[in-house]
Design a protein around this ligand. Sequence first.
Ligand code: ADP
Length: 615
Amino acid sequence: MTSQPSGPGPDPEHPGAGTETPPPPLRTLAEPVRGRLALAVGLQAVAALAGVVPFIAVSLIADRLTEGSPAAGDTLWPLVTLACAAGLLALVCGTAAGALAHVADNDLQLTLRRRLARHIGRLPLGRLTGRGTGEVKQAVQDDVSALHTLFAHTLLDVVAVLTAPVLALGYLFTVDWRLALVTVVPLVLGVLLFSRAMSGAAAQMAEFGAALGRISAAAVEFAAGIAVFKSFGRGRKAHERFVGATEGFADFFSGWVRATLVSSTAAVLVVAPAVVLLLLSVVGTVFVTNGWMTGAELVPFLLLGPAVAAPMGVVGPRIQQIRAGQAAAVRITELLATPALPEPTAPALPDGHHISMRGVSFSYDGRTDVLSGVDLDLAPGTVTALVGPSGSGKSTLASLLPRFHDVTAGKVTLGGADLRDIPATELYRRVGFVLQDVRLLRASVADNIRLGRPDATDEEVERCARAARIHDRVMALPDGYATQLGTAVTLSGGEAQRLSIARALLADAPVLVLDEATAYADPHSEALIQDALSALAAGRTLLVIAHRLSTIRSADRIVVLEDGRITEQGRHDDLLAAKGRYTTLWEAQRTAQPHRTAPAGGDRAADDIRQGSAR
Ligand code: ADP
């Protein structure tokens, strides 16, 4: 997902074609606080109008003073009082409008974040891995903040700068309609020039966003890949794409600036207060010297004239905020519209823990099947290993058990009940998972282990940590089980995996999906993980995504997947004897990693898993 550029166009001071009608997503999202926002807008309009009154009063005072009649002095105090009262009203209403908009926006943020959290909690887990996490962060944090800017700040700013000039201009027309018309000239010219500068802005903004997106993608690639590039002596290569993207952006941006420079600069100049003041002074002097108006009548034009064109300078930059708010509203609405994992209408409870897959097919995009026609049974208390080349569908098949995704065709049953008919809480009580990419919370070690069973005692937590071979490491941490993770202390990949195994042990789900860790360089860590896994396998139904065949030699069943289909299955020795695809994979790994299959290493681990499951 690319983030919506909230930055300016070629010139941040340049307005475009005026405020746009908010699209339905924005209006729909703001619905709960619409009344309060409308009231805030009303108050802000009153504040803006009241803010003009002191200027009108001052020009009237100037008028009275120049009249020189003795009675004129008596009429001054009411005007002074009016100016003060109006100033005070502007202050009170402006403050109230700001406070009200903030309170309304605060409620809106809370409501939206709650809705998002509730909805995200009901999304299929598969939707939230990888790309999904960035999308969720963007919606919950950045997009809701963009709406805050829009509703709590931009909206009132725009109301203020659009209202005040209306009263100012209205008053100026009552003083002298001819000079009032002259006052409108900079505004009209400004609008025309701005429109010209911003023509094609939508397409340019899209390109601006795309160019920024390319930079951030290249930056991520640069940061993530630098070690690999450097270790292969290609340090320069690492930043070539990044530099290319930034150069591309600079070219695009300077082209855009060049194309709009003249009209945008002219637009800024023509509405600048000093320029408007100069124009009115010159034309006004001509009027006064020709006796078409009095000097006192010129005063309100000099005081209020610059304010008439001023909105052009303020609305423009706000357009970016309005667009960013609109785009944020669209993204939030899309996320809220993502179909949640359907909860069963007629819930069923599993009878036992036998898992059966029948005619299972699955597709991520609705077109290409990643799994097709898979039939598989996992008998309670057995270890089944999924093997196959990368991309053959092992992770996808395993992810169907904890309902990361629902099957596209066929069905998966647990204890005779279709997974889709089992209420989510019941399913997760029975099916646990330990993934390679372990997510630890910013919480204490004990709370991280307790995740699946918050009421577990300290003794139970420690028992599981011991079984998962992580207890000694935890005791070496500064505060033992109370140590907060993610801040001062971070665990290595292998340690985090053992902690997640302790978590799964404590949660005690009878069925477990396990994505076997791929790479733990040091044999000690690997042996500890294997010990932890064998504790986990004891008495459970285990589905292991096996990346190293050595560790699953004694699994009850090895299932070979190729292109989403099961091509072979059986025990290790039988599969080797059959000299089929498994034999090829086995030989390939043995030559690539001879030490992995050496009896002293992998075999011990494999036997551990096996013995564990037989216990
Ligand atoms: P394996 O675990 O055997 O490496 P996977 O189950 O991860 O295989 O992937 C099987 C196929 O599905 C691959 O072609 C992969 O590109 C595709 N795939 C995996 N995850 C996703 C996803 N989230 N969205 C789209 N395609 C995916």
